[in-house]
Every structure is written in structure tokens, then in C-alpha cells.
Write a protein that binds this ligand. Structure first.
Ligand SMILES: Cc1cc2nc3c(=O)[nH]c(=O)nc-3n(C[C@H](O)[C@H](O)[C@H](O)COP(=O)(O)O)c2cc1C
Length: 150
């Protein structure tokens, strides 16, 4: 199976990877506003939601989880999700430390996303040196396996 991939990053997310290692187009908030200058110009988040047949949010942090559960769309990623065609699959992979994970909001917000028909790729616990657990370890094979099931 051949797939074409595009990455949408949040500005805070840019702290966690080296863009030089990503071999596909990366879009962020500045692209949204550089593409659109005047009426009739394309709107990037609409172009992306039109282009994609599958959306994988990996990792999904507590902040963006909260935004998505409440309909907030204040950056490129959350706009793509807010405009997403619910007939198309959306997978999300929560990732956060134990303290955030165990807060009651986390389960409530994940349930809201599942209620939209989005599919959770469950996180796995991993020990950190500070004695906390991070509740997600990047398991790229899992989202891919979930995708193939669709
Ligand atoms: C070093 C570091 C690691 C972080 N790891 C996580 C994480 O695994 N999960 C999470 O929910 N938030 C984590 N955060 C907090 C988020 O980066 C913060 O909520 C940020 O505002 C998220 O912005 P975004 O949702 O727009 O990407 C971390 C912050 C720092 C400084």
C-alpha cells in the first residue's frame, strides 16, 4: 500500500522533533496565514481536510485534547480537526504524564472524542527517570495497524 503523508504541527510541538528528519511536507500556523492573503485564496485547513482520507493525531497532548473536546480551533491542527469530515477515520494517540492522565478531565474528554466517532489508539505506560509514568510511547506500528483495519 502506498500512502502520501503530510504533517501538521503545533508551534509548541516543534520543540519535540527535528524537522530535518521529516521527509514529508510539514505545515504549521504560519503556513495557514501565508497561503491566505485575500478573499478566494485557498484556506489551508480546508485544503488539508479535503485532501486527507485519514487523520492521525500522534501524540495528542492534554492541551489539544481539551481543545478538541470543547470545539476550540485556534491553530492549524485544531482547525483541520474541527472541519474534519466525520465520515472519514480519525485516530488519536493520547500522550501525557501520570498526573495529567489521571485527572478526571482526561477520561471525560477522551469519551467526548470517541463520541464523535474518533478512534483512540491506547497509550502504554513507560517509566521516566523522575519517577513519573508517561502514558504514551510512540508505537507507530499501532496507528498503522489501526489504519489498515479501516
Ligand atoms: C518538556 C515538556 C514535555 C511535555 N510533555 C507533554 C506530554 O507528554 N503530554 C502533554 O499533554 N503535555 C506535555 N507538555 C505540555 C505541553 O507542551 C503544553 O501543554 C503545550 O502548551 C501544548 O501545546 P500544543 O497542544 O499546542 O502542542 C510538555 C511540556 C514540556 C515543556
Amino acid at each position: 500500500m502506498q500512502v502520501e503523508v503530510r504533517v501538521v504541527t503545533t508551534d509548541h510541538g516543534k520543540h519535540f522533533y527535528n524537522p530535518a528528519e521529516i521527509q514529508v511536507p510539514i505545515y504549521s500556523d504560519k503556513d495557514e496565514w501565508e497561503l491566505w492573503k485575500q478573499r478566494l485564496d485557498p484556506v489551508l485547513h480546508i485544503e488539508l481536510r479535503r485532501w486527507a482520507s485519514l487523520l492521525v493525531i500522534a501524540p495528542l497532548d492534554a492541551n489539544t485534547l481539551g481543545k478538541l473536546a470543547n470545539g476550540i480551533c485556534d491553530n492549524l491542527l485544531t482547525c483541520v480537526v474541527r472541519a474534519w469530515d466525520l465520515k472519514r477515520p480519525l485516530l488519536f494517540c493520547p500522550a501525557m504524564n501520570t498526573a495529567m492522565w489521571e485527572h478526571p478531565l482526561t477520561g471525560m474528554q477522551i469519551d467526548i472524542l470517541k463520541g464523535f466517532g474518533y478512534r483512540e489508539v491506547p497509550c502504554i505506560a513507560k517509566s521516566l527517570s523522575v519517577g513519573m509514568k508517561v502514558c504514551f510511547k510512540s508505537q507507530l506500528s499501532r496507528p498503522i495497524r489501526f489504519c489498515v483495519e479501516y
